[in-house]
Design a protein around this ligand. Structure first.
Ligand code: FPP
Length: 242
């Protein structure tokens, strides 16, 4: 008897898409090193992946995408590398503003923004302002962001407002992510299996996915694979299966 292997091609179920996908873009340095290139080259190509992922997420019908671009700990990197990441961020915001507008996309930036270079802060404010009424894909970029710092910031605001007690819904309003739903899926590339202080409060019930791919190689197919994997998970939010 001849055994025939049935190869099942899994496809995305568009009726069960994750609403919000968050990306921890890891592996730029290793990707560049493997090619004998400087780490900053990895960030440059990583920025291309970010653009590809935004375009494809929009096409698939995802509502919110978040990207961890610079953590509060990343200041410990060589100054040249830090400057280059900010330069890439600024260029990206300037060059994509028109296309965000045309495609009904909205930019928002979370993190301790007041410590970012002033020219970058200015471009962020401008792009957020001109895209604020757009109703399509929300692009949330975390720059100089730390999850614990976001929570502490929220608590300090609560104290300043004289709030004596609060529930989860009320607390959400004090977070920088107040306007967006919590991530359904968190993707960290390059095989590391940590959240590294990324949206600690918001990711309480997110599905986590850790592909081995380095971020500069994360493109359309990798995004689709992640969504298919997400759809194979059994999300119970602490309940039992009915
Ligand atoms: C992590 O890889 C990547 C970063 C800390 C920077 C991510 C920045 C970009 C993709 C640039 C484009 C986007 C914006 C908006 C600035 P790593 O350097 O830690 O890689 P490694 O773990 O291999 O060293």
């Amino acid at each position: 008897m001849r055994l025939r292997k049935k190869i099942e091609k899994k496809e995305i179920d568009f009726s069960r898409l994750p609403t919000h996908i968050a990306f921890i873009m890891d592996g730029n340095g290793r990707w560049a090193k493997k090619r004998g290139m400087p780490r900053t080259f990895g960030h440059k190509i990583g920025a291309e992946s970010l653009e590809v992922v935004i375009r494809h997420a929009r096409k698939l019908g995802i509502k919110v995408v978040s990207f961890f671009a610079f953590s509060t700990e990343n200041w410990n990197r060589p100054k040249d590398e830090v400057d280059e990441i900010f330069r890439i961020a600024r260029n990206l915001i300037i060059s994509k503003k028109e296309s965000f507008l045309k495609s009904n996309m909205r930019l928002m930036v979370i993190g301790e923004r007041e410590k970012l270079p002033e020219d970058l802060q200015k471009e962020i404010i401008d792009c957020e302002e001109v895209t604020k009424n757009n109703t399509g894909l929300i692009i949330n970029i975390a720059l100089n962001y730390g999850g614990r710092s976001e929570i502490i910031g929220a608590i300090n605001k609560l104290l300043a407002d004289g709030v004596k007690s609060i529930d989860e819904k009320g607390f959400k309003n004090y977070l920088q992510t107040r306007d967006i739903p919590d991530p359904d899926l968190v993707i960290r590339t390059s095989g590391e299996q940590r959240l590294s202080n990324f949206m600690m409060y918001e990711c309480a019930y997110s599905e986590l996915y850790f592909p081995k791919t380095h971020w500069p190689d994360f493109r359309e197919k990798e995004l689709e694979d992640a969504i298919i994997e997400f759809q194979s998970r059994d999300r119970r939010f602490g309940a039992i299966k009915g």
